[in-house]
Design a protein around this ligand. Sequence first.
Ligand code: WT7
Length: 634
Amino acid sequence: MIKIKSLLDYTVSYEKSINSPENFWEEIALKFKWRKKWDKVLDWDFELPKIEWFKNARLNITENIFEKNIKNYGNTNAIIWEPNDPNEKSIRITYNELFDLTCQFANALISTGIKKGDRVIIYMPMIPEAAVAILACARIGAVHSVVFAGFSATALSDRINDCEAKAVLTSDGNFRGEKIIPVKNVVDEALENSKSVETVIVAKRTGREVKMKIGRDYWWDDIISGKPTVHEAEEMGSEDMLFILYTSGSTGKPKGVVHSIAGYMIYAYYSFLNVFQYENNDIYWCTADIGWITGHSYIIYGPLLSGATSVMFEGVPTYPHPGRFWEIIEKYKINQFYTAPTAIRALQVYGTEPIEKYKLDSLKVIGSVGEPINEEAWHWYHENIGKGNCPLVDTWWQTETGGIMISPLASITPNKPAHASLPLPGIQPIIVDSEGKEIHGNNVEGNLCIKFPWPSILRTTYGDHKRCKETYFSTYPGMYFTGDGVKRDHDGYYRILGRVDDVINVSGHRMGTAEVENAINEHSLVIESAVVGYPHDIKGQGIYAFAICNESSKTKENIETEIKNLVRKIIGPIAKPDFVQIVPGLPKTRSGKIMRRILRKVASKDVSNLGDVSTLLNPEVVDQIIDGAGLKTN
Ligand code: WT7
């Protein structure tokens, strides 16, 4: 049974997935197209870590999107593309057409010398070419690494250098609301510090003039011109790399999360089908950007492996008006709508008037992802968008998990506001205390770990396996540690409480505090800095930076603004601090560790119950920081 249709099915599937995981996943795997089947379903050791699913099998993921099913749904729309400007024509691409485009671009990539195993950076807006680029890489066995097109040149070049990418795919600009973002210029700047890149392919979108470097840069249209629209898929090993996706952690440098082909494919498909309860001919829309894992698993791979129609939106929720999402739902008669709490909260501000103009009765399922959804936003979304009768799937997962781990299955497992609820079949969550001891029973709280592999678990962090082990498999040996705190309520439903490490979740995007601090410390007048998150009405968490500057900064105006802009330049707009406070010192323990707990209190403007600060190396600094923030202790 692949598609779960009742609560009983769920219970039976879950039991089976725990009692005999190999049989459970093998049965699902048999539905796919393989060049050669596996010798063994699963080999694993979380200590190393080593995780291998469908050992020694051979396949190509795009054959499972195209060749496997094209006879059945070749004329179905694979992608419906909605442009930033509602007056521009939308584009519908059938599976047959997407197949041709993928093969043609695969041939173009090959013609530039890209081959199996090479890394290709995709730094593109939400245009159909981005989907084609991803699929074409998979077709030829090149490893794609999509970098969100809002990242800066420095962030882009760090990622290019980390994976020694051979090519960068980009566009002549991005339309985003009223703005045009000159991404090609960013690529040019990044490439001044990235020597591995031999080829840049530029899709035309804005028509703006860009510099093209002869021998390196090619227009997309020129390079595909005359290329055949057929291309035999490269035969890949099940554990070969499908993609790298960089994500922030508690240390300074983003890490390249590696996903391999077969396990990711099976889990993206299985989770998509079951969480959203997608049915043939439904129109599904996920508002994420392909630069994040949500875009990979639930705009591209999950839906396309299921023969679904996936809507891809170039723009932003409030352009040209705050009813844009609802207008699109009406326009395409969307059945499943998947977005982020931060978008919901941003739209909540405009009230219900922008919603009332549109018919939303096509909706069957609404979803949420990226951060804990607060109860108020949950109810607003459920009532005003779901009209009280659509299941709201609050899906908890991570870049590293590849697919949705804990979530209601629409209309099947019960909905509980602000609860991700129950694990999907195959997922074995465990709550541990700070010593790693399992906390049993209900109505308990602790750190969320997963104790058994699922097919789409990350395999390594690119070029640094030790880091993968340290980050995810060492805190609690023998388990995968998520970095999240969780509560299991009296009914056994999971509620994610947020990160327990030095990671902030800004608008559903992960930022490492160390990464932001490193950027701040680049300022010539900054001596030391500390960054914390604080509750933010729309973004979920905002970024608050404390910086110690040297004497000469005293005569300098606007150093706070300079610091903010520097972070924006080094990482990108999403990392720009909301506040910068210049402080005379940072509260340190006797071992020299910054006591962030105090800084978090100041940032959230709640300095009651600061706890005992007398053990600090420099207790006097606490009052100075509180004063500087314009707060008072009582
Ligand atoms: C972190 C992962 C998964 C794709 C988007 C973000 C938080 C994610 C939820 C949710 C509560 C959530 C967690 C997680 N998170 N979804 N439904 N409820 N928290 O991917 O950048 O890898 O971030 O996002 O803290 O660890 P990511």
